[in-house]
Design a protein around this ligand. Sequence first.
Ligand SMILES: [Zn+2]
Length: 163
Amino acid sequence: MIKVYQYPHETLLQTSTPWTEDDRIDGYDDLERFERDMIKLMLDEKGMGLASNQIGITKRFFVIGHESFDTFQKHAIIWNPQVIKASEEKVIDVEGCLSFKDIFVKVERPKTVEVQYETTQGKTRFAKLDGMESKCFQHELDHLEGITFNKRVSKLRWQMANG
Ligand SMILES: [Zn+2]
């Protein structure tokens, strides 16, 4: 059974390594079943994204999806995601994280990003993301680097969000 770990669980602080063809998830014979379980977990927790590090795995993948999104309208795991290009223009908007219950804080990030990733079927895809979808992708990608959103804001802002 997979579950969401809360900060400061050790894998939230670790850097994930690339997902390769030979990689397997413990307890799962096929990736489709794992994908369904991970999506279900994210939806049960009312998230728009859930990264491997949050469920105790340090391989580069995360679930993303919301009906309001343009590219990831359908929930899916994306594998080996990367940002190829980020806009100079930044936006500040409120973020939450399933590994930090009930904390919402304003985080500044590039407004748009051009990204590359692989599908569960092994196809490479490219997309340009904006709005919540861009923010969500960047938040999840940070998790794969061991960066949680408290590291993206000033100490003062973080203390205020926790007050
Ligand atoms: Zn998060």
